[in-house]
Design a protein. Structure first.
Length: 355
């Protein structure tokens, strides 16, 4: 699935409808923040905000999230990523801007309309599982359907379906205290899926888990997405997690989005020194695709092996390094589009720039 992401993320963004958009979204804390921003010819800098006694959490953010993609927002602690997602759901009120959900500006929605959207269109999973300790797994998962007023038989049938989907069949009558951390997180995921959300928001859902369980949950998350094809906004501070899961990534710094792109875009073409530093320790072979390494085919050349243009180098590095011949590169239709020499992969693995 990772190789498909590398090749298809740009196509997803280009062809699928926009599910949620932010347009010049700001979140400032302090007195008269909204009036301070209105009518200004240019965005205020940090010094101006400080002079006005204002603290910026989100600054001039504009982005689009497309149907069916995993859009990861990442940055260091305090960069504004969690505040931005809460603005996108209006759990935190933006100071100014537009939040468009399926073309409708949420900042103009009433409290009742927002409640209905959150109940029926949005699923949310947070770092802390927030399970109700006195309810069983089945009751926890069915709880949001109970809030919607759905009859007991119908809500329990739906709850059992998603419990099986996340791999917890047989544990319906367990209480949270009887589950491991990974199992508790699966209950949280099942509960958020019970309402069949249009957009799924996940705020560092795996960061409290041990490394091995975290890896298992990433695998489970990718399996679920392969089945459900949800529109997902996923927050993390872990770049390895981001490149494993994301179709596209937005990197935040001091409340601003510095760059949006595929994992390969960010590693191969960082827009700023900050992005370059952020991605410096990434194993490039896990990110760089065959399409980025290939050169034009030689006339009449034949190839001992072929790889897809979206395949990441790590998936074929051992084979090509052990070969004396170039590999052919094919597109999604199987057409030959280029070739890769073993030296190009060796240079990538060694961290050398091509000559």
């Amino acid at each position: 699935m990772a190789s498909d992401k590398a090749g298809n993320a740009t196509a997803v963004a280009a062809t699928r409808a926009v599910q949620i958009s932010c347009r010049n979204v700001w979140k400032l804390y302090g007195r008269s923040a909204e009036s301070f921003l209105h009518g200004r010819p240019a965005a205020p800098g940090s010094a101006e905000l400080a002079d006005a006694g204002l603290i910026s959490a989100v600054r001039a953010v504009s982005l689009d999230v497309h149907e069916g993609e995993i859009f990861v927002i990442m940055g260091l602690s305090g960069s504004g990523k969690s505040t931005l997602v809460r603005c996108m759901t209006r759990l935190v009120e933006p100071t100014v801007g537009e939040i468009l959900f399926e073309g409708r500006d949420l900042l103009h929605a009433s409290e009742r309309e927002l409640i209905e959207l959150r109940r029926h269109k949005m699923g949310m999973v947070f770092q802390h599982f927030a399970l109700l300790p006195h309810l069983t797994v089945l009751e926890n998962v069915a709880f949001p359907l109970d809030v919607q007023g759905i009859a007991r038989a119908a809500r329990e049938e739906r709850a059992r379906t998603v419990i099986e989907l996340v791999g917890l069949r047989g544990r319906e009558q367990y209480y949270p205290r009887q589950l491991s951390g990974g199992q508790q997180q699966r209950v949280g995921i099942a509960r958020s899926l019970a309402v069949e959300p249009a957009v799924w928001f996940l705020d560092e859902p795996f960061s409290a888990l041990d490394p091995l369980i975290r890896r298992e949950m990433q695998d489970e998350f990718l399996r679920l997405q392969n089945v459900l094809r949800k529109t997902i906004v996923f927050i993390t501070h872990d770049f390895d997690e981001a490149i494993r899961l994301a179709d596209r990534i937005a990197i935040m710094q001091d409340g601003e989005i510095i760059q949006i792109g595929t994992p390969e875009d960010l590693v191969a073409r960082p827009a700023t020194a900050y992005v370059a530093e952020f991605t410096r320790d990434v194993q490039r072979a896990k990110v760089i695709s065959a399409g980025a390494l290939m050169r034009p085919c030689r006339d009449g050349a034949t190839y001992v092996a072929r790889v897809r243009s979206g395949d990441r180098a790590a998936s074929f590095a051992a084979a090509i390094v052990g070969s004396q011949e170039p590999f052919g590169v094919v597109d999604e239709a199987g057409r030959l589009v280029g070739e890769i020499e073993r030296d190009a992969v060796i240079d990538l693995l060694a961290g050398r720039k091509p000559t």
